[in-house]
Design a protein around this ligand. Structure first.
Ligand SMILES: *Cc1c(COP(=O)(O)O)cnc(C)c1O
Length: 330
């Protein structure tokens, strides 16, 4: 098997056929008018994926690209969030052993999500950084494949399959909006869309509480920032000082990154629930938040898709977020 260095459109097409059995073709539903905007933008409902987020695309793409003998040795990851769930889910359906490394600080209820998944939980270290070191150690010692949450060509190609679906579901698409964390989601989608039509605008959204990709772009290189609590927790965290793919792809392919506040995210979650009965986590609603807050200027004839990327939130946190727009991390 050849291992291409840079993610390409061909990678995305290959990923699409590989991951088809693991992935739902999620609906694209107009919601803009229902939310009170003039532009009837459409929501790409990735929160309806089996594992609750689009991350299943990248995880399946990566694991299915492994040679059979490598895959049989098992995989390792360090995410307790949407990526970890996706890796555990795909591994189980492929009969592949999966180890999730977590730090001592990860709360019990996050580990409970892995009950019945067959994942081996390895508790190591005092921080997610130390858990990551342990994951790499295990990867070397036991020959396990580390499945990176974003900075990997096959993972990026998997997320890019959303772009191929959008080109078919919304011919004439002129603007795409998606949340940005590590940047795998928007890199893959931007590669697919800009290959088809370089004039399609691609806009990323981050929370205003230490948005790492935004500050990295301003600095011209990946930077580290302290991780602050946010409703959009799936967008928080490092992009890696040794970032190999997503920083350059976002710099070259994404037209703009806009920021949203905790209040704007909470309001978008509440409005999506009240107007459409959709439950999205903060990161999943970030794109809608940017549009509702008027952070993205649209022409009247713009044809807009927004990725509703995930639903990984507990009942308690969801109720607090939409119950009082007062519940924000002040
Ligand atoms: C991971 C994630 C994102 C961001 O994806 P990146 O590839 O890290 O940029 C957005 N929304 C949800 C729900 C996620 O789980």
């Amino acid at each position: 098997m050849t291992k291409l260095l840079k993610p390409t459109l061909q990678h995305i097409y290959e990923a699409r056929s590989r991951i088809a059995p693991h992935v739902r073709l999620t609906p694209l539903i107009p919601v803009g008018r229902r939310l009170g905007l003039e532009n009837d933008f459409a929501l790409k409902c990735e929160f309806l994926q089996r594992t609750g987020s689009f991350k299943v695309r990248g995880a399946a793409s990566r694991m299915l690209a492994l040679p059979a003998d490598v895959r049989r040795r098992g995989v390792v990851t360090m995410s307790t969030g949407n990526h970890g769930r996706a890796v555990a889910d795909v591994a189980r359906s492929l009969g592949v052993a999966v180890t999730v490394c977590v730090s001592k600080l990860v709360p019990r209820h996050k580990l409970d999500l892995f009950d019945g998944s067959g994942a081996r939980i390895e508790i190591a270290g005092e921080s997610s950084e130390q858990a990551g070191v342990r994951a790499l150690e295990l990867s070397r010692a036991e020959g396990l494949t580390y499945v990176h949450p974003f900075d990997d060509p096959e993972v990026i190609a998997g997320q890019g399959t959303i772009g191929l679906e959008l080109l078919e579901q919304l011919p004439g698409i002129s603007c795409l909006v998606a949340g940005v964390g590590g940047g795998g989601l928007i890199s893959g989608i931007a590669l697919a869309l800009k290959s088809a039509n370089p004039r399609i605008r691609v806009i990323g959204v981050q929370m205003d509480r230490n948005p790492v990709m935004h500050h990295s772009l301003k600095a011209g290189r990946p930077v580290e920032l302290e991780e602050l609590p946010t409703l959009a927790d799936s967008l928080a965290g490092s992009i890696g000082l040794d970032n190999a793919h997503t920083f350059g792809m976002v710099r070259d392919l994404v037209d703009d990154i806009v920021l949203v506040s905790e209040e704007q995210i909470a309001r978008a979650m509440g409005q999506l629930f009240r107007a459409a009965h959709f439950v999205l986590e903060g990161a999943g609603a970030a794109g809608v938040a940017a549009l509702l807050a008027g952070r993205i200027t649209l022409a009247t004839d713009d044809v807009v898709a927004v990725v509703g990327s995930g639903a990984g939130i507990s009942v308690e946190s969801f109720m607090k977020s939409i119950g009082g727009e007062a519940y924000v991390h002040a």
